[in-house]
Design a protein. Structure first.
Length: 146
């Protein structure tokens, strides 16, 4: 039981650190002079990071607790869920960011930024998965058996 709690707390701490250092992490992966400055000025990094964290943890929770089926407990099912989260998160972020930056010509910069955001969405999903999988009754052995 103690190990399960340690994994959960570690995942939460990593997610909080991601949220705290969001600007540095996003700028390290993708930086475009005017676009990144505008994102920072309107604090759009906060909503992008919050959506990324929420979608990753939500996707993992759906997989491990809502679906939680013996028929859906293989590594490739987990990988499919990871793929859905990694693709859906940047799409949601794209619509939010483009609506906030409406009127500015950042179409290709937003697309490039969100393509790079796939990496963070996938990493956050992996972290969330290893944080919460231990309490799942049927899928706790996915993606790597204990």
């Amino acid at each position: 039981m103690r190990d399960k709690v340690i994994f959960l707390v570690a995942g939460i701490i990593i997610s909080v650190l991601f949220f705290i250092f969001k600007v540095t992490l996003y700028d390290a992966l993708y930086y475009s002079n005017g676009f990144s400055n505008d994102l920072g000025n309107i604090d759009e990094y906060t909503s992008v990071a919050a959506i990324t964290i929420a979608m990753a943890w939500g996707g993992a929770a759906i997989y491990y607790y809502a679906i939680n089926s013996v028929k859906f407990d293989r590594w490739y099912h987990w990988l499919a869920t990871l793929g859905v989260v990694a693709v859906l998160t940047p799409v949601v972020d794209y619509f939010v960011t483009s609506s906030i930056l409406e009127g500015k010509d950042y179409g290709s910069a937003i697309v490039s930024f969100e393509l790079h955001n796939i990496v963070f969405a996938a990493l956050m999903f992996i972290i969330a998965s290893f944080s919460m999988r231990w309490w799942s009754s049927n899928c706790r052995h996915t993606p790597i058996p204990q």
